[in-house]
Design a protein around this ligand. Sequence first.
Ligand SMILES: [Zn+2]
Length: 190
Amino acid sequence: MSTVFSASENIKTWGSAGSHLRRINSFTQPKIDEHLKQILHQVSDPEIPVLTVLDLGVIREAIEVDGVIHIKLTPTYSGCPAMDVLGDDLKAVFEKLGKQVEVQLVLSPAWSTDWISEEGLQKMEEYGIARPLSELSDKEALLGNARIVKCTNCGSTNTRKVSQFGSTACKALFQCDDCHEPFDYFKCLK
Ligand SMILES: [Zn+2]
């Protein structure tokens, strides 16, 4: 993906005063009120329930202003049906607490697998989904040029791609040639 600079929404929202231009698809620290984090951790990714929205890095902003919670959500994949569910789940968890909540979708900068927290990546692996490799390694693995995706069952890298699409479009199905277990690999997305 080429580097794009933008002076729009994301800079206004995320750029601190006086900061220089940044790559918009690089990770910028989200702005999340401390007291909202515990609540946000109750909302899970519909597709990988062990991951919370904070693990995924899809919450770009969550602030409380005059009793109203304002949330900015960046979908993992635009058009991903799980994101509608996520928006509804977010509203529900705050409304249950008697809070008014507004969820806004922010499409730029686009979400990247780099935004998944280290804790999230570990949970993902324990759940049986191999973590995304770097962009280049990912390509090699998916083309079948390199055996580098680590089996989530036995840790071997003697694995191969079975199908470009696993249980969802964002995953590929792999199989281990040592323990013979099939498993999902979360594809790198930049
Ligand atoms: Zn294995």
